[in-house]
Design a binder for this molecule. Structure first.
Ligand code: TRP
Length: 335
């Protein structure tokens, strides 16, 4: 994989299996770009431990679950470097040097971390590791000299913060060894949960997982939030804020059929159940093949771990190269 392709660094925290929000937010872009770029995909177990340090079994279990998800959606291990963060201690080392280049008050302003702290109710018990995880994420990106980072909208502040640190490093040590990264946000950058809440997320319990069974998906779709005032099929209903239609826009291929359904829903005469049944078909078209491939891969977890092992080896070699450059710039190249 030594060619002159530009570099992507992207990845996920293994705190749960991936859901449809991940799919539209970043997986789709990763699949699209995998042949065009030299793509590194980080399974960020160190980052996952910043919120689940007391539950390492959970993180461990989800590393392979996420690997199954990646392979099942069609990320090809022959063109992507899929690797495990903790096995690259150089990232932790770079994080330490990066921590000198960012202020506590700047970290306090990171909106994504602010939201998470509120959501997790950390208050006075906020772990320092969690507070500084954007710095560790900056190291993930910088160590691979990534040019592009395909992520969901909530990750924008992370990339901004990473770039500030990268600029600060280069200006402080009068060098240009580190490279700024551009975020790549997808068309549908944020998918609402099945309850209609702004964001699909594991912690809100409103997600449809790539690994859900056909029955689970159907059940979730049938329970989806629509227009709460649309009680009878004959009555007119609202499309705006109606999650079923938001999903149809995000996943449906037959735009004309969807447009017609919307028109009919607006004037009345189209019941929620019918729309939901259609959405279920649309989702099954996407999820059915993913589920099948996932089943295949999960029959051979040892082989999947081997894929991660191979990816980690490649990633580590690259990280080592950057770190020797970094140490030289910070005058730590003693011997
Ligand atoms: N913070 C990302 C998430 O919560 C995961 C992640 C870790 C990541 N390191 C990264 C994403 C580097 C992009 C680039 O899902």
């Amino acid at each position: 994989m030594t060619d002159n392709k530009k570099i992507i660094l992207t990845g996920d925290r293994p705190t749960g299996p991936l859901h449809l929000g991940h799919y539209v937010g970043s997986l789709q872009n990763r699949i699209k770009l995998q042949n065009e770029y030299n793509q590194y995909i980080i399974i960020a177990d160190v980052q996952a431990l910043t919120d689940y340090f007391d539950n390492p079994e959970k993180v461990r279990k989800n590393v392979i679950e996420i690997a199954f998800d990646y392979l099942a959606v069609g990320l090809d291990p022959n063109v992507n470097t899929i690797f495990i963060q903790s096995l690259i201690p150089e990232i932790a080392e770079l994080t330490i040097y990066f921590l000198n280049l960012v202020t506590v008050s700047r970290l306090e302003r990171n909106p994504t971390v602010k939201d998470e702290i509120k959501q997790k109710g950390f208050e006075r018990s906020l772990p320092a590791g969690f507070f500084v995880y954007p710095v560790s994420q900056a190291a993930d990106i910088a160590i691979f000299k990534a040019n592009l980072v395909p992520v969901g909208e909530d990750q924008l502040p992370m990339i901004e913060q990473a770039n500030e640190i990268i600029r600060k490093f280069n200006s402080t040590y009068k060098t240009d060894i580190l490279v700024e990264a551009k975020p790549l946000i997808s068309e549908v950058s944020r998918l609402p949960g099945i309850d209609g809440k702004a964001k699909m997320s594991k912690s809100l319990g409103n997600a449809i997982y790539l690994s859900d069974s056909e029955e689970e998906v159907a059940k979730k779709v049938m329970s989806m939030y629509t227009d709460p005032n649309h009680i009878r099929a004959e009555e007119p209903g609202n499309i705006e804020g109606n999650t079923v239609f938001t999903y149809l826009d995000a996943f449906g291929k037959d735009k004309e059929a969807i447009r017609k359904m919307k028109d009919q829903y607006r004037v009345g005469g189209l019941g929620d159940v019918k729309v939901k049944k259609y959405l279920n078909e649309v989702l099954e078209e996407l999820l059915g093949p993913i589920r099948e491939k996932r089943k295949e891969f999960s029959k051979d977890p040892a082989e999947v771990m081997n894929i991660l092992k191979r990816g980690t080896k490649i990633a580590k070699e690259n990280a080592e190269k950057t770190m020797s450059e970094v140490r030289r710039e910070i005058k730590l190249d003693y011997f």
